[in-house]
Write a protein that binds this ligand. Structure first.
Ligand SMILES: Nc1ncnc2c1ncn2[C@@H]1O[C@H](COP(=O)(O)OP(=O)(O)OP(=O)(O)O)[C@@H](O)[C@H]1O
Length: 303
């Protein structure tokens, strides 16, 4: 997938403001960004369901404006909301979708067996969809999107709303797909998801790309090696902000804690102690993508 100056305008409002990016075959590529950053608008253009209003776009080497149906036949799309048919069984959902993609009955039957196995839903195949857990429904939605053996899979916030165990199970499935050579494009609000799955990612904000790189590259470019987190009793944090400011390259003030960005967290903590700073808790940790995000967008991803 290749985009140059790609834009999406809704009337006067420009949701995507001329972005350049390339996703290589077999890569897992992530879009991170706060609400309204333009991630879904970009995904919808790539999915050939929303025409671009400016710039160039090629998906699987083709132009969505002229080859939309050809591209869609080779894509898998996992939308933000599950669009399963609750009246049908798990297996029937796969059958209906397979027929929609033009597979014969025999092909559909064989494909469903394979995909049920992949989604770890073989023992629930004849159950109605309605009572399944959120994680199972997501796995079924992903399985369904694979019915046409897509070369490129678009996933819009695949694990939002799932519990940690269900998320890990889903990551495991996505990792398998990646290993089998499927290109993945994922939007997510979760930093850990991006770190786990994505070879490369972009941080989007206000319709633009704020940064691009592998998780490690982004951390190296936009954060310090370590972070010292300090928590104080209610009402006392503000009084310490100026005291610690000189101890780090940068200080972020969050509602419940101070973050000191520094190459050496232990040294910064010792220096803070010397200045009489007495936090309730202190923690030295490595920088993560969450820190990069905070730096680039001024917002924490955890709304
Ligand atoms: N059909 C539309 N008509 C008008 N404005 C739209 C339309 N679709 C999206 N927008 C606006 O474009 C901006 C970007 O929306 P988009 O859904 O692409 O963001 P996002 O990064 O995917 O956010 P989220 O994480 O909430 O899905 C938002 O301000 C949104 O209100």
């Amino acid at each position: 997938m290749h985009a140059e100056g790609l834009s999406k305008r809704f009337g006067e409002f420009e949701a995507v403001r001329g972005i350049d990016l390339s996703v290589r075959r077999g890569e897992a590529f992530g879009f991170l960004g706060p609400n309204g950053a333009g991630k879904s608008s970009t995904m919808r253009m790539v999915a050939c369901v929303s025409p671009r209003t400016g710039g160039e776009l090629r998906v699987l080497g083709m132009d969505p404006n002229t080859r939309g149906p050809h591209i869609r036949a080779r894509l898998g799309v996992v939308p933000q909301e599950d669009t399963l048919d609750n009246e049908l069984t798990v297996r029937q959902n796969l059958h209906v979708y397979g027929r929609y993609f033009g597979l014969s009955r025999a092909q559909v039957r064989a494909k469903a067996v394979e995909l049920l196995e992949f989604a770890q839903l073989t023992d629930r195949a004849e159950d109605q969809v309605e009572p399944l857990s959120g994680g199972m429904k997501r796995r079924l939605t992903i399985a369904r999107s694979l019915v046409n053996d897509p070369e490129l899979l678009l996933l819009d916030e695949p694990t939002t709303g799932l519990d940690p165990q269900a998320r890990h199970l889903l990551w495991d499935r996505l990792f398998r797909l990646k290993q089998s050579g499927v290109t993945l494009i994922i939007t997510t609000h979760y930093m850990d998801e991006a770190e786990q799955l994505c070879d490369r990612l972009v941080v989007m904000d206000g319709g633009r790309i704020a940064a691009e790189g592998s998780p490690a590259e982004l951390i190296a470019a936009h954060s310090t090696r370590e972070v010292l987190e300090l928590r104080f009793p209610p009402g006392e944090q503000q009084g310490h902000v100026e005291q610690v400011r000189g101890l780090a390259d940068r200080v972020e003030v969050l509602p419940d804690r101070l973050l000191l960005y520094t190459g050496d967290g232990e040294a910064a903590l010792a220096a803070a102690h010397q200045r009489g700073v007495r936090p309730v808790t202190s923690l030295v940790r490595r920088s993560t993508l969450e820190d990069v995000f905070l730096r680039l967008t001024g917002r924490s991803l955890v709304d």
